[in-house]
Design a protein around this ligand. Structure first.
Ligand code: PLP
Ligand code: TYF
Length: 394
């Protein structure tokens, strides 16, 4: 069976991880994969996570299976963290998944089974796994206008005009906050206007939120999603605990399906559990247990929030410092958007060839589309990166 096989296309982000790992130059700078880093380049286990793990190690008496949809306590804390009190808990079907990617995959698989004719509207550009998974499942994807590269912000009119074309039952993917790869987010007014589009079209919002707490704050980052949830009859949410809990490899993710209470909620929950069973049966538990332990303990919650605040502040400071350094070396304000944006990523106005040049000549690693992980910058590397960008852009 393998003799005639050709290799599948590689994920451009994971490809960069490999190139970076193989580079032996000591001055190399990793601004590729979306992983948080400290000033000294580490991705540490958060202290609140360590404390929760110590408690779990002491108290856990069984590693027996939990449930196909994961643990109800985990569902409850994640529902609170993400949806707040925007919708009644009786309306929400929850299902744990292996990471946010697992949530995206399981949601789209449910869509494929329930409404195979639905089109999936995806912002242009978006995280590459969105198109990869819709393509893998054979779903029809339509890209909608989202990013305005000249403005370093969103193409609001283009987005609203495109989405007005969505049909009843179509699925519209939105990034909850910290848009990957552009760093350009929807404003509160945009979320309100989008709710109007959903009401008018009958399309269903699907919010992918992988960076809650990395933008403006835990509550602030969920505000748009919550305002939408309060207005629409149905909504899908895929959330990740990889970034805000630093639990990347533990694979913490959840689906929240907002439905009508009663039978629709129960059927959605059963469907999601059924689809978990078809793919991997029981979702991973350890990371989910860590999240539940933190969010059900006031002290651990406060400790975690303080750590998350510090991570966010570091990224914001890096943004400001890089924008200033770029202003100094280029004498122009064209990189001002880097300081104004939030989250882990910004998209630099560079060609694929210029990205290759930054990598080959300057040992600076960006994703091929120009995406930069600002958490990978340090006080020491910011001047080096600014000079290299200025040089490569000419
Ligand atoms: N969605 C987006 C937009 C992401 O950037 C990511 C990456 O972190 C994910 C989902 C899911 O990540 P994970 O599967 O590691 O939880
Ligand atoms: O965008 C990123 O860098 C992170 C990590 O297939 C990631 O979301 C990258 C590629 C991928 C899965 C996760």
């Amino acid at each position: 069976m393998f003799k005639t096989l050709t290799a599948p296309p590689q994920d451009k982000i994971i490809q960069i991880m490999g190139l970076y790992a193989a580079d032996t130059r000591p001055e190399k700078v990793d601004l590729g994969v979306g992983v948080y880093r400290t000033e000294d380049g580490r991705t540490p286990v958060m202290a609140a996570v360590k404390a929760a793990e110590a408690r779990i190690l002491q108290a856990q008496e069984s590693k027996g299976y939990v449930a196909l949809a994961g643990d109800a306590g985990f569902h409850a804390v994640m529902r609170g963290l993400i949806l707040g009190d925007a919708v009644a808990p009786e309306r929400v079907a929850a299902c744990a998944t292996p990471g946010g990617t697992g949530a995206v995959r399981q949601i789209l698989e449910m869509v494929q089974r329930l409404t195979p004719e639905a089109r999936i509207w995806v912002p242009s550009p978006s995280w590459p796994n969105h198109a990869a998974i819709t393509g893998h499942l054979g779903l029809a994807q339509v890209d909608y206008r989202y990013y305005d590269a000249d403005a370093g912000g969103i193409d609001r009119d283009g987005m609203l005009a495109d989405l007005a074309q969505a049909q009843k039952g179509d699925i519209v993917l939105l990034h909850g906050c910290c848009h990957n790869p552009t760093g350009a987010d929807l404003s509160a007014q945009d979320w309100v206007d989008l709710a109007g589009v959903f009401e008018a079209t009958g399309a269903i919002p699907f919010v992918d939120i992988a960076y809650q707490g990395f933008g403006e704050g835990l509550e602030e980052d969920a505000q748009g999603l919550r305002s939408l949830a309060a207005r629409v009859p149905e909504m899908l949410v895929a959330a990740s605990g990889s970034k805000n809990f630093g639990l990347y490899r533990e694979r913490v993710g959840i689906i929240l399906a907002v439905t009508d209470p009663g039978k629709p909620r129960d059927v959605a929950a059963a469907m999601l559990a059924h689809l978990n069973r078809q793919s991997f049966a029981f979702p991973p538990d350890h990371g989910a247990r860590v999240v539940e332990t933190i969010l059900t303990d006031a002290e651990l919650t406060a400790q975690w929030q303080a750590e998350l605040d510090a991570m966010r502040s570091r990224m914001t400071a890096n943004r400001r410092a890089l924008a200033e350094a770029l202003r100094a070396v280029t004498g122009s304000d064209r990189f001002g958007f880097v300081a104004a944006q939030r989250g882990m990523f910004s998209l630099l106005p560079v060609t694929e060839a210029q990205v290759a040049q930054l990598r080959e000549d300057h040992a600076i690693y960006l994703v091929s589309d120009g995406r930069m992980n600002v958490a990978g910058l340090t006080e020491k590397t910011i001047p080096q990166v600014a000079r290299a960008i200025a040089q490569v852009l000419g």
